[in-house]
Design a protein around this ligand. Structure first.
Ligand code: SF4
Length: 447
């Protein structure tokens, strides 16, 4: 059983030095008990206390990493039920399904579609995983397919079979990629445990209900396997969704260790309609799928899921922000316009896109507004004359242009007078309110 906050407090040094980031040992103990702090943050815990606290300090949902390199996926490690309580940390991995009964051309086209990726607000959105499923029952065929996927892609791999011999054939080829072994069941537990131990790879465990699932994970942890992913085997949206919530609640609210692992969900087994499948997947992006296996990737269903994932897993307390500085668009010269905007990523990408559309080479100054948009940062006093002027002076734009004309967003027209006072020698020009009007404005504007 995990320790309570008071039990943990008794084991701490009680000096209230504050080095752990909270003012008192009691507050730190409470955070540890709630899974919101790491024991390593306190440098003064004795070895004896450390041993006793290990259980309490372990994250309520174990983080599990599948794969290696750029496309590795870390799932689990979550500490809250709701994103607004803190944030969700580890986004779910998306996997495309490839079966060993598919034709060569179908396999090749799926590997091609795995490469789909999109740029949005400066981030590259792309899937990470390929789920290779044994349907033939032929270990050689499965092994050849795993090898082909490995040679043609840097994906993280899920090996899917109930037959330990077939899983072993796949592992022989790709154990160095740290694939997820899917799945241990009541019937093959011992053999799959041996595979997971021998390869040090994570393992998924599958059972028809949560009680049996908890029994199997208890067996696995007793055998020394801790990197576990849960499949509750529910194949209707309603039941699978319910399971996700019960699993997370049991792990976080009841500290029930046997269910304290990330999950895998298979929307492709819940419907034959690709659009419905995408909608089902979107539910598990929000709550609380760890790995989501799709029958296929098509731009029109993958892109919305990737964007949803990015949005849900963006820290609500830290908006996406662009680095403060001078951005050159086109090849600006000393006579080019100078515009300024806030560093909310979406604002930056809209404004820079419209400046680019205008085909007028320009300098775009991006002021750090803590990721807030123009209007919000202006209302919060972060994008006003007093803060903009020091940035303009120190950023070095005055050395890059002959003129001293600064175009400000129309929404902060009220700051013009203050800016001209704070920036002697500069002329403030009020630009458009909306990004879409920037191209027309720049075509006629002469600094
Ligand atoms: Fe207490 Fe350790 Fe935090 Fe200091 S760092 S306040 S000793 S828990």
């Amino acid at each position: 059983m995990p320790l309570t906050g008071i039990e943990i407090f008794k084991l701490l040094p009680k000096t209230n030095c504050g080095e752990c980031g909270v003012p008192t040992c009691l507050a730190f103990a409470m955070n540890l008990a709630a899974g919101k702090a790491e024991l390593s943050k306190c440098p003064y815990v004795s070895e004896d206390a450390k041993a006793k606290l290990t259980e309490a300090a372990a994250p309520p949902i174990r983080p599990v990493t599948i794969g290696v390199g750029d496309r590795k996926v870390k799932v689990g490690g979550e500490t809250v039920m709701f994103r607004h309580e803190k944030r969700f940390d580890n986004p779910p991995g998306f996997a495309i399904l490839i079966k060993d009964t598919m034709t060569e051309s179908e396999i090749a086209s799926r590997l091609e579609r795995f490469k789909l990726q999109y740029e949005r607000v400066g981030l590259t959105l792309r899937p990470e995983m390929v789920a290779i499923k044994d349907e033939s029952g032929d270990a050689k065929k499965f092994e050849a397919l795993v090898n082909k996927v490995k040679q043609n892609s840097d994906c993280s791999i899920i090996l899917m079979s109930n037959n330990p011999e077939i899983l072993a054939a796949g592992l022989k080829v790709c154990a160095d990629r740290k694939p997820l072994i899917y799945a241990a069941t009541k019937d093959n537990l011992k053999a799959v445990v041996d595979l997971a131990k021998g390869s040090a790879c994570p393992v998924a465990v599958k059972a028809p209900n949560l009680d049996e699932l908890a029994e199997l994970t208890t067996e696995l942890t007793k055998a020394g396997i801790n990197d576990i992913v849960l499949d509750s085997e529910s194949r209707t949206l309603r039941k699978a969704f319910q399971d996700q919530i019960v699993i997370r609640s049991a792990a976080l609210n009841k500290k029930f260790r046997p269910l304290g692992f990330p999950t895998i969900v298979l929307p492709y087994e819940m419907t034959n309609d690709p659009m419905k499948e995408a909608v089902i997947a979107s539910v598990f992006v929000a709550k609380y799928g760890g790995i989501i296996v799709l029958s296929d990737f098509q731009g029109h269903n993958l892109f919305p899921l990737l964007v949803e994932r990015m949005n849900v897993y963006t820290d609500p307390q830290r908006p996406l922000a662009t680095k403060e500085g001078i951005y050159e668009i086109g090849s600006p010269t000393e006579n080019s316009p100078v515009l300024i905007t806030s560093n909310f990523s979406l604002t930056y990408f809209i404004v820079s896109g419209e400046v680019e559309n205008s085909k007028v080479p320009s300098y775009l100054l991006v002021k750090d507004t803590e990721g807030l948009s123009v209007m919000t940062s202006w209302a919060a006093g972060k994008f006003v004359a007093d803060t903009i002027a020091p940035f303009v002076k120190k950023c070095g734009i005055a050395d890059k242009v002959k003129h001293h004309n600064l175009v400000v967003p129309g929404y902060i027209a009220a700051e013009s007078g203050g800016l001209e006072e704070e920036l002697p020698g500069w002329k403030i020009v009020v630009g458009p309110r909306e990004g879409a009007k920037i191209p027309a404005f720049l075509k006629t504007y002469k600094p």
